[in-house]
Ligand binder design. Structure first.
Ligand code: SAM
Length: 193
């Protein structure tokens, strides 16, 4: 199976994070970004070191130390810069175009992708700057679910087989128990730092 890992960068921009109520969901946005093949997560506008260190802790243990995590970045400036540098922006919103109608165009486009997900009301700015406003169906649900499905469709399921070569611990698949081992799975599949 050939996967061009690292050819096109995919970052997730989480906007509207409210530290007092979104810690868990924003952490999950970061964990899904990492596990489903994105290269980093940027938490816009507010600093939340607890969320950043939780995500980094998972990378330390389960691999992908190079996964980029930062908070407190001005989200509008970041999005403008992303475009200036030649990347495209995909904003996930139930009001957008259905994923089935756009995912092939997005996948074929070799440019880096910034995937924007909201928390509360998303400013008009992101609908306008986005190259694609993409709906994961047209029902309200969750940024975590929307991101997971978007990345899964983008990578066509291959991300679920990535081996993170710098992982300290790995799961040994088991029909009933919980088997965790020290990793030694080099050469078993596509490696991903
Ligand atoms: N009420 C907010 C608004 O009007 O923008 C949306 C809040 S929703 C709980 C949080 C985020 O989940 C959204 O900003 C969007 O990124 C994502 N989301 C929820 N449902 C979605 C859907 N059907 N398709 C794509 N993204 C969705």
């Amino acid at each position: 199976m050939s996967i061009e890992v690292g050819e096109r960068k995919v970052y997730v921009l989480r906007i509207g994070h409210r530290p007092e109520r979104d810690k868990r969901v924003t952490t999950h946005v970061g964990l899904v970004a990492r596990a489903f093949g994105a290269d980093g997560v940027v938490i816009g506008d507010v600093i939340d070191e607890k969320v950043v260190s939780k995500i980094k802790g998972i990378c330390e243990k389960w691999g992908r130390k190079s996964f980029y995590v930062i908070s407190g970045v001005n989200s509008m400036k970041y999005a403008r810069k992303w475009k200036d540098r030649g990347g495209i922006i995909v904003h996930l919103t139930m009001y957008g175009l259905h994923i089935d109608d756009v995912i092939d165009y997005i996948r074929r486009d070799p440019r880096d992708i910034l995937v924007v997900v909201g928390a509360s009301k998303v400013p008009r700015f992101f609908y306008d700057i986005a190259d694609f406003n993409v709906a994961i169906g047209h029902q309200p649900h969750s940024e975590v679910a929307a991101l997971a499905i978007f990345l899964d469709r983008l990578f066509e399921g291959r991300e679920l087989h990535f081996i993170f070569s710098d992982a300290k611990i790995c799961i040994e698949p088991s029909p009933k128990g919980k088997k965790v081992t020290m990793c030694d799975r080099k050469g078993e599949g596509q490696e991903y730092q």
